[in-house]
Ligand binder design. Structure first.
Ligand code: 1PR
Length: 469
C-alpha cells in the first residue's frame, strides 16, 4: 500500500505518487515500534459496529488526518489506531486496493477479504468526503498467543517437533504408555509430532502466530538443510497466520566451500513462506562486537536482514540463564540488573538474587553479556522484536519469569514476546496483567495438549485482556 504514496521518510526513493501524500514513522515515545500484531480496522463509510482483526507488522504508516491531508484521506477505506495515532489501514478507489495489514496472514478474516476483492475487483464510487475519526481512549491491538515448535532430526533422520526441559531434548527414562501405543526410549530425541501437522493444528485452534526453531542448525548449513525449508513451505501453504523461522541464521560455509551470507539464508526462508526470522547466537556475537568497537558496522545478520527486509522481519531470540549471587557482597558490573526472588515465587527462588547472562548454541555456552546489554544492543542494530526465553524456566511449568520480562520490557522500545515456563492458562493472565509484554509463547503444554489455545483465550477474555477471539 505504501508504494502508492508519493514518498516515505523510510527511504529517499520516491513512491508511485498515485496518492499525493507521505508515509511517516510511528512515534515510539508512548508505544513499542514496530506495530506488530492483530488490530482492528474501522470501515470509514459504514455503520458496521464490529470490525475484524487483521495482522499488522510495520514501523511506518500513512497518518489519517483529513483536516491537514484531505488528499490522502479520500483514499482511506479503513483506519486503525495504534497508541494515540490514527492511520490509514487500507485504501480503495476504482480498481485500486491496498492494505497496510496482511490479509494473507490474517486467518479467516483475511481470506474472506481477499475473496471479496477477487469477486468484486472494481468499486465505482465517487471519492467520499473524508470523515473525522476521533482518537479512542485506547487502541485495539491484541495480545498475541504464539505456539512454538522446536524442530530437529531424530536419530532416524526425520524432522520432528521436540521439547526438552532446560533445552535437553532427549528422553531420560524408558516409559511405555498404557493408554497409547507409544514407547519412549531413554536417550532418544523426544518426539512430539510432525511439524507441519502440528502447525496446521495450531492454526485451526486459534494461534495468533507460529514459530518454528531449527534447534540443531548451528551444527551445519541451513541452506543444505532442505527438509527444514520444505517444512516451512508446506506449513505456509496451510497456515494463514505469521510464521517465524529461527535457527542457523548466520553466515555459513557449505561443505563444498560455498559461502552463504545470513541474508541469503534468511532470503531462502522468506521465499519459502516465513514472515520473520529469529536470530539467536549470532545476535550475541554481534552485540559483543558492537560493545568492543562501539561502532554500528552494518555487517551483522541483524543489520543486513533488517536493511533488506525491514526491521519488523527480524526477531532476536534471547536465551538467558540466571547467575545467582549474594546481593550483600556482589559488586560486579551487573549490580543494577540484579533481580530478587519474590516471597510468593517458587521456593528455590525465595530470598535469592541473580542477574541474567546470555548464552549461545541453545544454552550450551555462556557469554559475558547480560540480558539488558543484549536487548539494548540488538535494538540498536535493528532488531524489530525480542523473543525472550528463560533457560531456568523452560519446560518447568512454573510460569513465565515475570522479573526477567519486566527488566527487558523497560530496557527497550521494540515489542517483547514472553517465552518459557507456561504451565497453565492462568500463567498467560499473569504475564499480560503483571507485565507489559506484547505476546506470550508456549511449547510443551500445547504439544502435550495439557492446555488448549482456546482455553488460554477464554481465560484472557474473562480477565479483560484484549485478544483475537
Ligand atoms: O542460535 O540462531 O541457531 O538459534 C537457535 C534457536 O534454537 C534459539 O532460538 C534457541 O532458543 C533455540 N534452541 C536451541 N537449542 C534448543 C533446545 O531446546 N535444545 N530451543 C533450543 C529452545 C526454547 C523455547 C521454548 C520455550 C517455551 N527452545 O523456544 O519453546 O522455552 O517452552 P515451554 O513453554 O515448554 O516452557 P541460533
Amino acid at each position: 500500500m505504501q508504494i502508492l504514496f508519493q514518498s516515505s521518510s523510510e527511504s529517499p526513493l520516491p513512491g508511485l505518487g498515485v496518492i499525493p501524500s507521505t508515509i511517516h514513522r510511528f512515534d515510539d515515545t508512548d508505544k513499542s515500534v514496530p506495530h506488530i500484531g492483530w488490530n482492528s480496522a474501522d470501515l470509514l463509510h459504514s455503520r458496521q459496529e464490529t470490525t475484524p482483526y487483521y495482522y499488522f507488522v510495520h514501523s511506518y504508516c500513512a497518518k489519517y488526518d483529513p483536516e491537514n491531508d484531505p488528499q490522502a484521506a479520500i483514499w482511506a477505506h479503513t483506519t486503525t489506531q495504534y497508541g494515540k495515532e490514527v492511520f490509514i489501514s487500507s485504501v480503495s478507489r476504482g480498481n485500486v486496493f491496498g492494505t497496510q495489514f496482511h490479509p494473507e496472514k490474517s486467518g479467516a478474516a483475511g481470506l474472506t477479504l481477499l475473496n471479496e476483492w477477487l469477486r468484486n475487483p472494481i468499486v465505482n464510487r465517487d471519492p467520499p468526503r473524508p470523515v473525522s475519526q476521533p482518537v479512542k481512549p485506547k487502541h485495539m491491538l491484541t495480545r498475541r498467543i504464539i505456539a512454538c515448535m522446536d524442530v530437529r532430526a531424530n536419530d532416524e533422520g526425520d524432522l520432528v517437533v521436540t521439547k526438552g526441559d532446560q533445552y535437553d531434548v532427549r528422553e531420560k527414562t524408558v516409559t511405555t504408555s498404557k493408554t497409547t501405543i507409544t514407547t519412549r526410549t531413554a536417550g532418544a530425541v523426544r518426539n512430539l509430532g510432525k511439524p507441519v501437522a502440528l502447525a496446521a493444528r495450531y492454526y485451526a485452534s486459534g494461534a495468533d502466530e507460529l514459530c518454528l526453531l531449527n534447534i540443531t542448525s548451528f551444527r551445519h548449513s541451513p541452506l543444505r538443510d532442505q527438509p527444514m525449508l520444505a517444512v516451512v513451505r508446506a506449513a505456509a501453504e496451510c497456515v494463514f497466520v505469521p510464521l517465524t523461522i529461527g535457527g542457523g541464521i548466520k553466515d555459513t560455509v557449505d561443505p563444498d566451500g560455498t559461502k552463504r551470507s545470513a541474508l541469503e539464508v534468511a532470503g531462502a526462508y522468506f521465499r519459502a513462506g516465513a514472515d520473520k526470522v529469529s536470530i539467536g547466537s549470532e545476535a550475541v556475537y554481534a552485540v559483543e562486537r558492537l560493545r568492543g568497537t562501539g561502532k554500528v558496522e552494518g555487517t551483522s545478520a541483524i543489520e543486513t536482514i533488517a536493511q533488506a527486509y525491514g526491521r519488523q522481519a527480524v526477531v532476536v531470540s534471547i536465551d538467558p540463564r540466571r547467575v545467582y549471587v549474594d546481593p550483600e557482597t556482589y559488586d560486579g558490573q551487573y549490580r543494577d540488573e540484579l533481580v530478587k526472588g519474590s516471597p510468593d515465587g517458587p521456593e528455590n527462588e525465595r530470598g535469592r538474587a541473580w542477574w541474567y547472562q546470555c548464552t549461545v548454541s541453545g544454552g550450551r555456552e555462556s557469554r559475558l553479556v547480560s540480558v539488558v546489554e543484549l536487548a539494548q544492543g540488538v535494538e540498536t542494530l535493528g532488531a524489530g522484536e525480542i523473543l525472550l526465553n528463560s533457560i531456568d524456566r523452560d519446560g518447568t511449568g512454573l510460569g513465565f519469569d515475570l522479573n526477567l520480562l519486566r527488566l527487558v520490557r523497560r530496557s527497550v522500545r521494540i515489542p517483547v514476546v514472553a517465552s518459557s515456563g507456561a504451565g497453565k492458562k492462568e500463567h498467560f493472565v499473569d504475564v499480560f496483567t503483571r507485565t507489559n509484554v506484547e505476546a506470550a509463547l508456549a511449547a510443551g503444554i500445547f504439544h502435550r495438549e495439557e492446555v488448549l489455545i482456546s482455553e488460554v483465550k477464554e481465560a484472557l477474555e474473562t480477565a479483560h485482556v484484549n485478544i483475537r477471539g
